[in-house]
Ligand binder design. Structure first.
Ligand code: GLY
Length: 427
């Protein structure tokens, strides 16, 4: 069968890599893709938000299954458009994708069905938002309602800062229309946890747990990023705790969306923080995590294509997933300046030196030049993922591999997986 993957980042490279292992698949297209995916797929020059062109392409090429990587096309209604044409597609409908596309929608839904989450208020009036802030104790979490490229959540540590943020978002349109409405919520401390699950709108199969590292520098310093590294599994969460999280933090929302006749079908990402009060939902994302996918998919032994097809057909038949018991750590190599401004176009060297079966390099922001060189073209450039019999072995492998690869301005966090090492005392 022919599969089209929509997207261009490390997550989509991991998806293409995993899909390529399926004996059902004869051809993979990726739109628009990146230099790393060329090994397994034909890259097609269509942007992720050109929905009509993607539909035309899938019809012309008789694509049997389309897998949508990023949230933008999902919130623009790519799944509805494909389904109208009778094309099979893996991902939630536009209505269900509001779980990520509108923070206000998802918080109200969580409140309605009793999912544990921070107390919140929604504002589109700057003066009302300010009055709310001055009446309360900082810190505040202030979220732009719409999609803001992973930058729409700001923490204000004082009332002054909070007022500044709502001014910038609502009045000065810092994030354009996405920030004309904001959610202000209480701030929690604790370990973050990512729980991803497959669902057809009713049945749920959780994937292995993982933990992202969102701050740009070691020891969780510096601004938030899309994610600088991840590991899987999260050894502090037992199977029982994971099942409990699914039951309390995901199932009620999935059931309610079904009741409203807008069932959620696809991959749901539940972003949690483990607090003294128990797990609290920070956010829902309507697609695989990036870079969580790059740590989870190398551990997944089950063929992913039948699962995606079953969900695209509306009925998840698969019962369980089989996992490699070995942990996986993925580390992001980024361009100097990320998550702010950075330069691109630097040649990447050393990729051919990565030969171990237990190490895989997923490309995120890379381009193949006419002379065949691979150059940088994004803030997050590469993900290096390594499996090991222990977390220590995975860490040693991943950092050894990272030393072989270079490009001008490259940097990466040296402490991915630090929670595991802190809690187990492994040096
Ligand atoms: N790693 C965070 C995200 O995918 O949104």
């Amino acid at each position: 069968m022919k599969v089209l993957v929509v997207g261009a980042g490390g997550r989509e490279h991991a998806l293409v890599w995993k899909i390529s292992k399926s004996p059902l698949v004869t051809k993979i297209f990726v739109a628009p893709g990146n230099a790393g995916m060329e090994e397994f797929a034909e890259c097609v020059d269509i942007a992720v938000d050109q929905i009509e062109d993607l539909c035309d392409f899938a019809l012309e090429q008789k694509v049997d299954l389309t897998v949508v990587g990023p949230e933008l096309p999902l919130t623009l209604g790519i799944v509805d458009a494909f389904q109208k044409l009778g094309l099979k597609v893996f991902g939630p409908s536009q209505e269900a994708a509001k779980l990520e596309g509108s923070k206000a929608f998802s918080k109200e839904l969580m409140l309605q069905v009793g999912v544990p989450t921070a107390r919140f208020q929604i504002f589109n009036n700057v003066n009302e938002a300010k009055l709310f802030i001055v009446d309360r104790e900082p810190p505040f979490v202030i979220k732009a309602d719409g999609l803001a490229g992973g930058k729409g959540v700001l923490i204000a540590s004082s009332c002054e800062e909070g007022i500044q943020v709502v001014n910038q978002m609502i009045q000065n349109r810092l994030f354009g229309e996405a920030g004309k409405r904001v959610v202000i919520e209480e701030f929690f401390t604790g370990d973050e946890l990512s729980v991803l699950l497959f669902t057809d709108g009713e049945k749920i199969i959780p994937l292995a747990s993982s933990q992202d590292h969102k701050r740009v520098f070691d020891d969780d310093q510096g601004p938030n990023t899309g994610g600088m590294g991840a590991y899987s599994p999260c050894p502090f969460v037992s199977d029982e705790e994971l099942a409990d999280i699914v039951d309390r933090c995901a199932r009620p929302v999935i059931q309610e969306l079904k009741r409203q006749e807008t069932p959620y079908r696809g991959l749901l990402y539940v972003g949690l923080i483990m607090t003294e009060k128990g797990p609290q939902v920070l956010e829902y994302n309507v697609r695989f995590g990036d870079p969580e996918a790059q740590a989870i998919l190398p551990r997944l032994k089950t063929d992913i294509v039948p699962i995606m097809l079953e969900i695209a057909n509306g009925k998840l038949e698969t019962k369980t997933l089989e996992w490699d018991s070995r942990p996986c750590i993925t580390v992001v190599m980024a361009s100097r300046g990320y998550p702010g401004t950075y330069q691109s176009g630097f040649k990447i060297t050393g990729l051919e030196q990565i030969k171990s079966n237990d190490v895989v390099v997923f490309h995120a922001g890379t381009t193949r030049e006419p002379n065949r060189d691979v150059t940088t073209s994004g803030g997050r450039v590469l993900n290096v993922s390594a499996l090991g019999d222990t977390f220590k072995e995975a860490r040693d492998r991943v950092y050894e591999a990272l030393q072989k690869i270079s490009f001008e301005g490259a940097f990466y966090r040296k402490d991915i997986g630090k929670r595991v090492f802190e809690k187990t005392g492994v040096k």
